[in-house]
Design a protein around this ligand. Structure first.
Ligand code: GLP
Length: 260
């Protein structure tokens, strides 16, 4: 794992955006794996700004989002379809045929999950997978106890996750109980995985991911098995890392240092 520790959340977001921008510059037809959640909001804001400034182009990329709530149709205000449409796809006028999310309203969610994995494979696999992390160590909606070899499938959300995500829903709405999520095996097949975590609430999960045992207790620890995982953190999210000083020596302020 490459662990990059940036001085504050804005710098961590900027570093993450830089990695995405570089990937798109190297290959405009990149297949991107996209994530939702509060952590990603400033990432999409910055991507839209940079695309509007003509610094990057996203119109040739293909994207696959990590997950979607079961039972929510795409037009539901709290669906991840809507999240993406409002924050990235809409503002950039991207061709909907290139942007994919699982259908939460599919009649047979299990079949939809299998179809989704097949569609990713059909597109040639994911080049760059963007990830956040849940306070309980989930990636996508792979909750603790998820098989580390799981394909895309339906998962039952934990109460902690439903409570954490309740802030996106209205007072009279309930957070769905199930989601379709890319599996951990699907995520591990990506060619490069970039996980962004900011804030003190993520510190324990980040330490378990990077330095804890490889365990379904912390699904993000599966990234220890990824051949190319980059973890982008601010100092608060990095606070519980025992080897923090080492990571800061290898990548001072989260930057690459030439060998030699
Ligand atoms: C959500 C999403 C994840 C996200 C995580 C953290 O439930 N399914 O993809 O990474 O939880 O969210 P946030 O960034 O809002 O803390």
């Amino acid at each position: 794992m490459k662990i990059l520790i940036l001085p504050d959340p804005a710098a961590a977001v900027a570093r993450c955006v830089e990695i995405i921008a570089q990937t798109l510059t190297d290959n405009p037809q990149t297949v991107l794996g996209l994530a939702t959640g509060g952590t990603m909001e400033p990432v999409y804001e910055r991507l839209v700004e940079r695309a509007r400034a003509g610094e990057i182009a996203l119109d040739e990329m293909t994207s696959f989002n990590l997950d979607e709530y079961v039972g929510l149709p795409p037009e539901h205000p709290q669906s991840y379809h809507t999240y993406m449409a409002e924050r990235l796809f809409g503002p950039l006028g991207l061709d909907p045929a290139r942007t994919h999310l699982p259908r939460g309203d599919a009649e047979d969610p299990a079949a939809e999950a299998a179809r989704y994995d097949a569609a990713i494979a059909q597109a040639g696999g994911i080049d760059l997978q963007l990830l956040g992390i849940g306070g309980n160590g989930h990636i996508g909606f792979n909750e603790p106890s998820s098989s580390l070899a799981s394909p895309t499938r339906v998962k039952t959300l934990t109460l902690a996750t439903r409570e954490a995500n309740a802030r996106f829903f209205g007072p009279d709405e309930t957070v769905p109980r199930f989601a379709i999520t890319m599996g951990i095996a699907t995520i591990l097949r990506s060619r490069h995985a970039v996980l962004l975590a900011t804030g003190a609430k993520k510190a324990a999960a980040v330490a378990a991911m990077a330095e804890g045992p490889l365990s379904a207790r912390c699904p993000a620890s599966a990234l220890q098995m990824h051949p190319r995982a980059t973890i982008v953190l601010d100092t608060e999210a990095a606070a519980d890392l025992e080897l923090r000083q080492y990571y800061e020596t290898v990548h001072p302020k989260g930057q690459e240092v030439p060998l030699g």
